[in-house]
Design a protein around this ligand. Structure first.
Ligand code: ATP
Length: 355
């Protein structure tokens, strides 16, 4: 990271001619659509051939494509991309396809603080950050012999909940665990899930004010996960488990949701605490982030994960959410990112939101 000097890279940029680029997956339709609404140029990075399905969505299609053989090759095109004044908008798949190391080294101006990756991808550091901010996380069970309530077992590095399983006893755990993989055991929190989509601007003071900059709540969703979310159509989970059918947590889509209004002050307090702590720990998270939470019957939030960039759960809101409508009509997270880039360009402070 240290060798990337964002000011040097930006020095040669034609600021009136910026191009928003991302990998063609995840939330790219929304990112391109948001940039288009802000009259910024767009470029889609795809492997093999241009993604045909974009032709069906003219308002979500990038102005041009960069076709690479492998996502790991993006760095080979960095000079060409910089000549096009590209600003990269990373999303979950972008980082995963490129690999964390390549992402950190990518010498193209990138929206957000890349240092956050170290803190969100290491479960111990993530806990230090979130608990240090005063948030409640699900309890961690260090010794599987101590399982005496339902737990969720998470394999490290598994994406989108793949391979996760529920156990209620040590016996159940030991029957299902794949011992060759590293894992974490967490209390399975009973309640309802809310995935909260925030936007933090370190350079604008026109929203919920923090010690530096301000915070917005753009939208929220609930993930649709197969098979856990619909398995009950076939019978109770206990019945099915007896037959050897176990629920899984693979994300297949996202469902729009709102929460009772009396919980919103807490939502902002949590967002604020996460940002303030990030400023102390690593210079601050920038832009979009998501707290993945379960609200218990006592109306307490338990936060089981943070995603430190645009999440796919924002996709239901391409033309705005019940929350973003109260900020500005027709504003998605993708559009909000484009607006932040435009604002920073006008203020000559792009280096404060890009790394
Ligand atoms: P991603 O990186 O895509 O966010 P992941 O693979 O890191 O996903 P998690 O988000 O931690 O996985 O968990 C996947 C799913 O498992 C969640 O969306 C949620 O439904 C469920 N889940 C995770 N932790 C808990 C918990 N402690 N209690 C109840 N359910 C949980």
């Amino acid at each position: 990271m240290a060798e990337i000097n964002i000011k040097d890279m930006l020095a040669s940029y034609d600021k009136k001619n910026l191009t928003i680029a991302t990998v063609c997956s995840h939330s790219s339709l929304q990112i391109f659509n948001g940039a288009r609404k802000e009259r910024l140029k767009t470029l889609g990075i795809a492997v093999g051939e241009k993604k045909k399905f974009y032709d069906a969505f003219p308002l979500g299609k990038p102005d041009e494509f960069l076709i690479v053989d492998n996502y790991k090759d993006i760095a080979k095109h960095s000079e060409e991309l910089r000549e096009k004044n590209v600003i990269v908008i990373p999303h979950g798949s972008f980082v995963e396809y490129l690999g964390a190391e390549n992402f950190l080294k990518l010498d193209i101006p990138t929206f957000g603080n890349r240092n956050v990756l170290m803190w969100e991808s290491d479960r111990n550091k993530e806990r230090k950050w979130l608990e240090g901010a005063g948030l409640t996380m699900p309890k961690e069970i260090k010794d599987p012999h101590n399982i005496d309530n339902p737990v969720i077992v998470k394999y490290h590095g598994a994406k989108g909940g793949k391979g996760f399983f529920i156990a209620k006893t040590y016996e159940e755990f030991s029957r299902r665990i794949e011992t060759n993989k590293s894992f974490t055991i967490q209390e399975f929190v009973m309640g309802t899930r809310y995935y909260l989509h925030y936007f933090y601007s370190p350079i604008q003071d026109n929203a919920y004010k923090l010690s530096k900059g301000s915070l917005q709540l753009i939208s929220m969703d609930r993930r649709d996960e197969t098979t856990i979310d619909e398995v009950q159509r076939l019978g109770s989970i206990a019945e099915l488990e007896e037959l050897g059918i176990h629920p899984t947590f693979v994300v297949t889509g996202n469902i729009p949701i709102v929460m009772r209004e009396s919980l919103l002050p807490r939502v902002f307090e949590m967002g604020e605490a996460v940002i303030e702590k990030s400023l102390k720990l690593f210079g601050g998270l920038i832009g979009s982030f998501c707290l993945e939470t379960v609200v218990t019957e006592d109306l307490e939030f338990k936060v089981f994960e943070i995603s430190a960039r645009i999440v796919a759960g924002t996709n239901p809101y391409i033309s705005g959410s019940p929350y973003s409508e109260l900020i500005q009509p027709d504003m998605s997270t993708g559009r909000r990112i484009a607006q932040e880039i435009k604002y920073a360009t006008k203020q000559n402070s792009l280096d404060k939101i890009l790394t």
